[in-house]
Design a protein around this ligand. Structure first.
Ligand code: HSE
Length: 436
């Protein structure tokens, strides 16, 4: 049997602890599956004395994780520190430059610097594996890299943030406000350190940018993702959507469009009865369409100790088996630059909610502004509640027929002239066929 694979784990939070546990508890199986032992030789974290419920007594402690990047006895650095820059980036860059394999769960790092890091990995002939960075325990990176390699991917759509899905599910089940349910999610430990990364859609956008790169053979470009969070969604929006036969989900969607690739993260009305509408709570799901395979939906836990550590271990097993593949499926020299598709001609139907002044003619003004922009209305619902406490306005909800994004933009400009009657509208897309 070959010599053991020596591992250094940087970061002993929830995921790091999970990795250490699996290495100990599944030792014999992992050795058999990899053809060699996996040996934890060093760990690093902020607090040395904290009781984490794991036995690391025989393992070297590094006060500075960066020491692992040049330690002679480490073959693989597992980076679980997080953050797109700072120590995590420095550690990964140096470890790769020094010819060490890297496994990371850091979506922000891969979304921001993935291609540059992949170049270093390629030059040194080492692995840069990041299965845990997207959708936790769902093996979506391997699915795209291996199982679906024969396909031209036409679209990727996913529920990529468990915190948002939990919040939207709870708001629907209990009718409670966004703020109240967010506080629960934080207490349960699902949310990122900065919850605006979750609810503002940034976390999902990091993950989507990675998926779009793998699906469409382009450089990862977080900056090309259009991002909108769930902060403005109210319990009554969820109720209106339900009456129309939809669930509201934060979706990440990537598909080819005119001149490039469209990458968007935003709340979306997803028709009930479709796979993504059925995903509830902290679960994640990714729907992929391939030209040969058709639609494929993978659902599972997107965060937490077990699922994320499970993904980290799958990357370690690959490395122990000697499998080193280009981090973005094809060598970086084959990746196309990321170009945003032109969006004006994109067609979608929309849910629009105004908090409209409760007086004669207000709806007439709103519908006139929509008509002037060629936006055709399918349904209108006016509700007598909830009345906005400060303005006294009442919600009026429109579902539009399919309309071009450019027309919708025009409509919003027209409407901004009527803000005194219409307030600032909430505009949510209805899922198109590639995004459900
Ligand atoms: N905050 C993330 C989520 C955790 O809620 O999905 C995993 O990236």
């Amino acid at each position: 049997m070959s010599k053991p694979l020596s591992i250094g784990v940087a970061g002993l939070g929830t995921v790091g602890v999970g990795v250490v546990k699996i290495l100990a508890e599944r030792k014999d199986f992992l050795t058999a599956a990899s053809g060699r032992a996996m040996k934890l030789v060093a760990v690093s974290a902020r607090n040395k004395t904290k009781d984490r419920g794991i036995d690391i007594s025989g393992v070297r402690w590094e006060d500075d994780a960066r020491a692992m990047s040049s330690a002679d006895d480490i073959d693989v650095v597992v980076e679980l520190i997080g953050g797109s820059d700072g120590i995590a980036r420095e550690l990964v860059e140096t470890a790769l430059s020094n010819g060490k394999h890297v496994v990371t769960a850091n979506k922000a790092l891969i979304a921001r610097h993935g291609v540059a890091l992949a170049r270093v990995a390629e030059q040194r002939g080492v692995a840069l594996n990041y299965e845990a960075a997207v959708a936790g325990g769902i093996p979506i990176i391997k699915a795209l890299r291996e199982g679906l390699a024969a396909n031209e991917i036409t679209s990727v759509a996913g529920i990529l943030n468990g915190t948002c899905n939990y919040i939207l599910t709870e708001m629907e089940a209990t009718g409670r406000s966004f703020e109240a349910v967010l506080a629960d999610a934080q207490a349960l430990g699902y949310a990122e350190a900065d919850p605006s990364f979750d609810v503002g859609g940034i976390d999902a956008a990091h993950k989507l940018a990675i998926l779009a790169s793998l699906a469409f053979g382009q450089e990862v470009s977080f900056d090309n993702v259009e991002v909108e969070g769930i902060e403005r969604i109210t319990a009554s929006d969820i109720e209106f959507a339900k009456d129309f036969g939809y669930k509201i989900k934060l979706l990440g969607v990537a598909m080819r469009g005119p001149g490039g690739v469209e990458q968007r993260v935003h709340p979306t009305l997803v028709p009930e009865g479709t796979p993504l509408a059925a995903v509830s709570g902290v679960f994640n799901a990714v729907s992929i369409e391939g030209d040969r395979v058709g639609q494929l939906v993978l659902e599972g836990r997107g965060a937490g100790e077990g699922p994320t550590a499970s993904a980290v271990l799958s990357d370690l097993v690959d490395i122990a088996r000697g499998l080193v593949v280009p981090p973005f499926i094809v060598p970086t020299s084959h990746l196309k630059p990321s170009v945003k598709a032109k969006s004006d001609a994109n067609k979608s139907a929309y849910y629009i909610r105004f908090n409209a002044a409760d007086r004669a003619g207000s709806i007439a003004e709103i519908t006139r502004a929509l008509a002037d922009a060629q936006v055709s209305i399918e349904r209108i619902v006016q509700s007598s509640e909830p009345r906005d406490a400060s303005t006294g306005r009442l919600p009026v909800v429109f579902l539009t027929h399919e309309t071009e994004e450019g027309s919708m933009r025009k409509a919003l400009i027209h409407l901004s002239k009527h803000e005194d009657v219409a307030g600032k509208p909430l505009v949510v897309r209805l899922a198109t066929s590639g995004s459900r």
